[in-house]
Design a protein around this ligand. Structure first.
Ligand SMILES: Nc1ncnc2c1ncn2[C@@H]1O[C@H](COP(=O)(O)OP(=O)(O)OP(=O)(O)O)[C@@H](O)[C@H]1O
Length: 256
């Protein structure tokens, strides 16, 4: 069991998720602390996206208990669920913008789902979010196919921030970006976390991101959290996967 954290934003206990006979998460425990950027790593196919989707209620669990903002979403009624959902934003893997909608429509999509606002106000929110992620308002009427990979990630982040969330889930936000683009994106996430007081749950394979952006790292393996702590804790671990990951060739290039 992880050390108890006072006032965790996300509290996961003994969670098991299974698809058919395949058990992906197996009695997993995890706490995410208020205001931190938690980097979530582990081998490909280990279940990082599955855990993310389980926390936000898109994947049913076989057993276990999850609270977000102190609310058990399984026990909550529809109104209470929606109230919690409004407090988080999600950037899914590959950016996942709606390809048939413009940047404006993509960013306004979650706002329309939860709030009834005039088009003028929706446009003001959209422009504010674009500026927040470092994009010019004149991209508003472009379609995703007319954007670079880095711009798509930024628009997806703007959409995740559209409802002024306290918590954001980022699933491999820098995948597919070149190292400079990825570095810029990490810096943006760090700046937003500091200025907006966000809590960030970030699935990543990117050692640079773990090193520069994350306050804490949790590692998934065999359906459980096999390590959680600082980068120094990860580097000191004797676990074979951690040794390979945090001391491999790529790690030496990043961390010197
Ligand atoms: N809806 C589903 N139905 C059946 N199996 C699924 C489903 N979703 C995920 N899985 C399986 O669960 C396992 C974990 O997948 P997941 O995408 O969470 O891995 P991951 O750790 O995020 O991997 P990667 O780092 O490659 O993105 C995989 O074997 C995947 O095939």
């Amino acid at each position: 069991m992880p050390a108890e954290v006072s006032d965790p934003i996300i509290h996961v206990r003994d969670v098991t998720v299974q698809f058919g006979k395949t058990r992906v998460l197996d009695g997993l425990d995890l706490d995410v602390r208020r205001g931190e950027i938690l980097g979530f790593v582990g081998p490909s196919g280990a279940g990082k996206s599955v855990l993310t989707r389980t926390i936000i209620g898109l994947v049913p669990k076989l057993s276990g208990h999850i609270e977000v903002f102190g609310v058990d979403l399984d026990a909550a009624d529809r109104a209470a669920r929606r109230a919690v959902e409004r407090r988080w934003g999600v950037l899914f893997q590959q950016g996942a913008l709606f390809s048939s909608l413009t940047v404006r429509q993509n960013i306004q999509f979650p706002v329309r789902e939860y709030l009834k606002l005039s088009q003028r106000l929706l446009d003001e929110i959209m422009v504010a979010k674009l500026v927040m992620v470092g994009l010019r308002p004149d991209v508003a009427d472009r379609f995703p196919s007319e954007l670079s990979g880095g711009m798509i990630k930024r628009v997806a982040l703007a959409r995740a921030l559209a409802l002024d969330p306290e918590l954001v889930f980022l699933d491999e936000p820098t995948s597919g970006l070149d190292p400079i683009g990825a570095g810029d994106f990490d810096e943006l996430v760090r700046t937003l976390q500091r200025t907006l007081g966000l809590t960030v749950f970030m699935v990543t394979h990117d050692l640079d991101s773990l090193y520069t952006a994350c306050d804490r790292i949790a590692v998934l393996g065999d359906g459980k959290i096999i390590a959680a702590g600082s980068m120094a804790d990860m580097q000191a671990s004797e676990h074979p996967w951690l040794r390979q990951y945090f001391h491999g060739k790529r790690a030496r290039a990043v961390m010197g």
